[in-house]
Design a binder for this molecule. Structure first.
Ligand code: PEP
Ligand code: MN
Length: 337
């Protein structure tokens, strides 16, 4: 970090800052200009240190010059990471589409969804067996029986699977059925859970929290990676703003920001990002144009009767049309579908 002193800082104030930096284990590089003194501190910067030095007499500002997420950041790994989800590479030159129902309801519903999304070109089948519902009275999901249905349908149509795991106790049960472990938006900062996911060797789809900054999101990825699991895919799924015509505000600008800061793949979820079927395709196309490595899209054969998120689920024919449009947009940004 850089500590910029005020022009009026006295020599004892500068010395006091240097003494404290040394005490905390930093290497200090001093540069004294005509106007003011700037101190470069090299070492492991704790966020609390930054605030500590900000409050010392004579300090004008403290500027962080390296990111706090060492494993997720680009500094030590400049090249894009490619995460393999049962052989499907996410983060390379292919835009990977993950699609299927919000929640697993019946074998027929999942099979029909799998057939439709595979035919249209999706590579990964989604479907929730444990649902993080805002109300405890809403449908909570089928549990492990649902994962068996998901696996069977995915195998029949040669798809990988993605499904949400809600806490550490569900990880082992998920392993035979789920190829990509989804961490829901409401769990993004469940740090004990993230640490447990760090111990597995399955890829993790880390959704952005409802009100998480990009830095907080990358630090959550860091938790999984620091535990030893480097296979993290980020998912922008909309953040909560004051706007009410959309369920959330899909932060498409997060895509180029994350691409600059991190080597991890990032996918977009325009279904939860908008909450309305007619907004899903335009935002999916926009996310692909912005450089997303993949898309997570809810598709249901009979959305009006869906147990969860019907209003934002595409009909199979709408999904097929979107895939056709993506085949035009995706090559324009140098990728393929
Ligand atoms: C989901 O993907 O079905 C889901 C519940 O997503 P989120 O955690 O983003 O709300
Ligand atoms: Mn949903």
């Amino acid at each position: 970090m850089l500590i910029v002193m005020t022009p009026l800082a006295t020599a004892p104030e500068v010395d006091a800052v240097i003494a404290r930096l040394v005490e905390k284990g930093y290497d200090v590089h001093r540069s004294t200009g005509a106007e003011r003194t700037v101190l470069g501190a090299v070492g492991h910067v704790q966020e609390s240190d930054r605030r500590f030095f900000e409050d010392m007499p004579g300090v004008f500002e403290v500027v962080r010059i390296s990111e706090p997420y060492k494993l997720a950041g680009r500094t030590f790994q400049p090249r894009n990471s490619i995460v393999s989800v049962r052989g499907v590479p996410v983060g390379g030159d292919e835009v990977v589409v993950m699609a299927g129902p919000c929640t697993i309801e019946t074998p027929g519903q999942v099979r029909e969804s799998a057939r439709a999304v595979a035919k249209a070109g999706a590579r990964i089948l989604r479907g929730g067996a444990f649902k993080p519902r805002t109300s405890p009275y809403s449908y909570q999901g089928m549990g492990v029986e649902g994962w068996k249905i998901l696996r069977e349908a995915a195998d029949e149509f040669d798809l990988a699977t993605v499904s949400e795991v809600m806490d550490a106790s569900q990880i082992d049960d998920a392993l035979p059925y789920v190829d990509l472990l989804q961490v829901g938006a409401r769990n993004m900062q469940n740090f004990t859970f993230l640490k447990e996911l760090g111990k597995t060797r399955k890829p993790v789809l880390l959704k952005r929290g409802l009100s998480a900054t990009i830095e907080e999101w990358l630090l959550s990825a860091e938790y999984v990676m620091a535990g030893g699991n480097r296979d993290v895919i980020l998912c922008e799924r909309g953040i909560r703003t004051f706007e009410r015509y959309t369920r959330n505000t899909l932060d498409i600008s997060a895509i180029p920001v994350v691409k600059k800061l991190s080597h991890l793949p990032i996918v977009a979820d325009p279904s939860h990002g908008t909450g309305h079927r007619e907004q899903v395709a335009p935002m999916a196309l926009a996310a692909a144009a912005a450089g997303a490595d993949g898309l997570l899209i809810e598709v249901h054969p009979d959305p009006d009767r869906a147990l969860c998120d019907g209003p934002q689920s595409l009909l199979p024919e709408q999904f097929e049309k979107l895939m056709d449009q993506l085949r035009i947009v995706v090559p324009a940004v140098g990728k393929r579908l």
